[in-house]
Design a protein around this ligand. Structure first.
Ligand SMILES: Cc1cc2nc3c(=O)[nH]c(=O)nc-3n(C[C@H](O)[C@H](O)[C@H](O)COP(=O)(O)OP(=O)(O)OC[C@H]3O[C@@H](n4cnc5c(N)ncnc54)[C@H](O)[C@@H]3O)c2cc1C
Length: 361
């Protein structure tokens, strides 16, 4: 029986596990996290907040994302507030045939996506100068404020939050029994590693070699503005949306790596001035601040969710990992299904193909 769990990580993934543990009647939830929502070290704090179902040529991943996208609506209903900031998003960062191919592929997988033409775009984005001829449109895509939602999930979970670093996992006879924090042992029935880029170091303490990569994402925040963009947009070399305070949040290409920029503030100012030049707005648009976040990327780009194996191929009991990029999109359903897997011991078909397979990933 699982009565007492430890979650390592207080980003959106850990918060979703904590919330779903609570609604599944687990009452002893301890969450250790060295950074909390709002702290600059968290990916969740530094995210753009686009929830979408796209996974090119990867039907299993697109299916998981779609399930999460659909579940977000239910989650908002259950947690009441804060809700999503906008619904529906456009992209045109591919060439025309690729936009059509992406939309067609996702339509064939049951997603509510379509092509929008110039006239549609001019109507939906009236303040944007120079709209493209065609764009892909996700009807149910959302923009969410991840830090606020993560705080809310943590609050509702009633987890005991301890802002400390976990130094080690404690393993006895192929079962993780707890964690070591500042020389103190804490036991649990299950330890959930929602620890983002901290996961490889934690797994190393039980001799599991799990490697990840990361790129540095720069986002520029502007001053508060009147409504200018009703939907998130992703153009050739930029993406932008307006948050629930009216600030534009602007990034470059999705695969940008800001560590290549030696003058980060200059790069952020350029994101803002380039975006201002795309908008029909006469007022002042200026850089308010910028964020720099490390994307937690498993090596093959797909989420890693479930139990890991030891060097002889046996499943290690008592530990469950959940690490991913696109964690804003995925966290709700992964937390729900993950807790259900832990409680029932049954494998969930949506998560099956994301089980970490190798001991030396
Ligand atoms: C610039 C940028 C833009 C993005 N845009 C999007 C987007 O539009 N849509 C989308 O779906 N995703 C997006 N992502 C990805 C998304 O933000 C992440 O996948 C998600 O936030 C990961 O959440 P997490 O809880 O796993 O990790 P984090 O938020 O990083 O939380 C992990 C936590 O674990 C803690 N931790 C780690 N090791 C230990 C330890 N040993 N002891 C104690 N605590 C520990 C850390 O302190 C941290 O608080 C973006 C990311 C970036 C950086």
């Amino acid at each position: 029986m699982v009565d007492n769990i430890i979650i390592i990580g207080g980003g959106i993934v850990g918060a979703s596990f904590a919330y779903h543990a609570k609604i599944n009647q687990i009452n002893k939830i301890f969450l250790f996290s060295d950074a909390l929502p709002g702290d600059s070290q968290q990916a969740t704090t530094n995210t753009w907040g686009w929830v979408n179902g796209y996974a090119h040529n990867d039907k299993e991943y697109a299916t998981l994302r779609l399930a999460s996208l659909n579940y977000w609506a239910e989650l908002f209903n259950n947690i009441q507030t804060p809700s999503f900031t906008s619904k529906g998003a456009f992209f045109w960062d591919l060439d025309d045939p690729e936009i059509h191919q992406t939309i067609k592929q996702h339509q064939s997988w049951g997603h509510s996506v379509e092509i929008k033409n110039k006239v549609n775009l001019e109507h939906a984005l009236p303040n944007l100068l120079n709209v493209p001829d065609n764009a892909g449109y996700g009807k149910n895509d959302l923009a969410v404020e991840a830090t606020q939602i993560t705080k809310k999930l943590l609050k509702l979970s009633q987890a005991q939050i301890i802002q400390k670093k976990v130094d080690k996992l404690l393993m006895e006879e192929n079962e993780v029994k707890g964690v070591l924090v500042e020389d103190q042992i804490h036991y649990a029935d299950e330890v959930i590693l929602a620890s983002g880029l901290g996961t490889p170091d934690l797994l190393k303490t039980i001799n599991i070699n799990f490697s990840m990569k990361s790129t540095l994402g720069l986002l520029a925040y502007t001053n508060e503005l009147p409504p200018l963009l009703r939907h998130p947009i992703t153009g050739i070399d930029f993406h932008a949306r307006q948050d629930n305070q009216g600030r534009l949040i602007i990034g470059g290409r999705f695969d940008d790596d800001a560590s290549k920029d030696s003058k980060i503030e200059e790069a952020a100012k350029k994101l803002v001035s380039d975006m201002a030049s795309r908008l029909n707005y006469k007022g002042v648009i200026r850089l308010d601040h910028f964020t720099l976040g490390n994307r937690p990327l498993p090596n093959d780009g797909r989420p890693k969710i479930g139990r890991v194996k030891n060097s002889t191929g046996d499943i290690i009991k008592g530990a469950y990992i959940a690490v991913m990029h696109s964690g804003i999109t995925n966290a709700p359903i992964v937390g729900k299904f993950g807790i259900e897997e832990i409680l029932t011991g049954e494998s969930n078909s949506f998560l099956h193909s994301f089980t970490p397979q190798l001991t030396n990933e």
